[in-house]
Design a protein around this ligand. Structure first.
Ligand code: ZN
Ligand code: ZN
Length: 385
């Protein structure tokens, strides 16, 4: 189900001032309040919608995101989460179309103002594109050069983007007089819509270019080499200016946004720039101390000294063995957490040795157990009393 435009929901135009948005919200909230609309089963949903729209539009940051990306800015797809395994491009996906809607509207506003001065809007900016890129943690560590294929639209080579054949001139659209928008009354509001005759271009073409059917651009798969810097994380967005779709009839090109998703790693868990890693150590090494080797994210190994008498949960820090910080010289740390492993599948001889060890054990060898049992004993005593 398509979500209503937030501005429309509040009955204000795009470009409305904060005061106008507030005013619109008050009026709509009053009008649609469920207490005043007890017969309308949709009242609550409508009221909620108004509140949701206002939550976004009153906040400068959220408003900017909404203006740029539409509802897609808040639908969770932004973080690269979305559908799992969905690396790559969504040609007809929700995002691309959300972009296109928003940009059509924005552009319409800008050009509409110009249209008032009698100048037709001849060209529309191309859509921004989104490309989802899944990479490994190692790739995020080192950064990488990646070649990607993006289905997009490029300027038509035959008409050089004009959309007209053989140098014939585009003409002002008779439906909208070149403004690209038509107005319609909807309830109390005048709603502007994209002109159906010229699709908002403000011009029609008598002899459209046969190659692009008058659009001035054609679909094409573009191959791009993208530089992904070291330190990116899930949710990092990389903008490639001018690598989106070509505009209609020679309009400006949109941008391409690469949304990064870093896959989970089998050994390391990332926490910002730090890496965490659980390392099992044998009971004997934990008791006697010793050196172990742990893997590092660069593919190497680091020696770690396990102190005598280490317990499960003991943390050790390896400085600067974490992830690089994006566009900075900082590097995080790596933390290892020891997990002492109880031996299993013991032979008779091994068991015998352990029993012998146990016989020789004193309270001071197991201070935690000794301490715990004395606490338990006083607990039971107090219950009796
Ligand atoms: Zn053409
Ligand atoms: Zn028109």
């Amino acid at each position: 189900m398509a979500k209503r435009d937030y501005y429309e929901t509040l009955g204000v135009t795009r470009g409305a001032s904060p005061e106008e948005i507030k005013k619109g919200y008050r009026a709509k909230a009053k009008e649609l309040h469920p207490d005043r609309n007890t017969e309308d089963p949709q009242a609550e949903a409508k009221f909620k919608e108004v509140n949701e729209a206002y939550e976004v539009l009153k906040d400068e940051q959220k408003k900017a995101a909404y203006d740029r990306f539409g509802h897609a800015a808040f639908d969770g797809g932004m973080g690269g989460g979305g559908r799992p395994g969905n690396a790559g491009f969504r040609p007809n996906g929700d995002f691309a179309s959300a972009f296109s809607d928003v940009f059509d509207d924005l552009f319409g506003d800008i050009m509409g103002a110009r249209g008032a001065q009698g100048r037709a809007r001849a060209a529309a900016r191309g859509n921004d594109l989104r490309y989802n890129l899944r990479i490994s943690l190692e790739e995020a560590y080192a950064g990488l050069q990646k070649t990607i294929q993006v289905p997009t639209a490029v300027t038509c080579g035959v008409c050089k983007g004009s959309g007209a054949e053989g140098g014939s001139e585009p003409q002002t659209c008779p439906t909208c007089s070149g403004i690209g928008k038509v107005r319609a009354q909807q309830g109390f509001f005048t709603v502007e819509r994209t002109c159906p005759t010229c699709n908002g271009l403000g011009q029609t073409i008598k002899n459209p270019c046969k190659n692009c059917h008058g659009a001035g651009r054609v679909e094409k798969e573009k191959t791009l080499s993208v530089n992904i810097p070291a330190g990116v994380e899930t949710g990092t967005r990389i903008r490639l200016a001018g690598e989106g779709e070509a505009g209609m009839r020679g309009g400006p090109t949109g941008d391409l946004y690469i949304f990064v998703e870093v896959r989970e790693h089998s050994i390391f868990v990332r926490d910002g720039a730090d890496l965490h890693c659980r390392v099992p150590v044998s009971m004997v090494i934990a008791a006697l101390g010793g050196d172990i080797e742990v893997p590092t994210i660069d593919g190497g190994r680091a020696r770690v000294k396990i102190p005598e008498g280490s317990q499960t949960g003991r943390q050790m820090r390896l400085r600067s063995k974490g992830m690089p910080v994006l566009r900075s010289k900082d590097v995080g740390d790596m933390f290892i957490e020891l997990v002492v492993e109880t031996p299993v599948n013991l032979t008779a001889r091994q068991k015998e040795l352990l029993r012998e060890l146990d016989k020789l054990s004193e309270q001071k060898n197991n201070p935690q157990s000794a301490g715990f049992f004395s606490t338990v004993k006083s607990f039971w005593d107090s219950m009796k009393g």
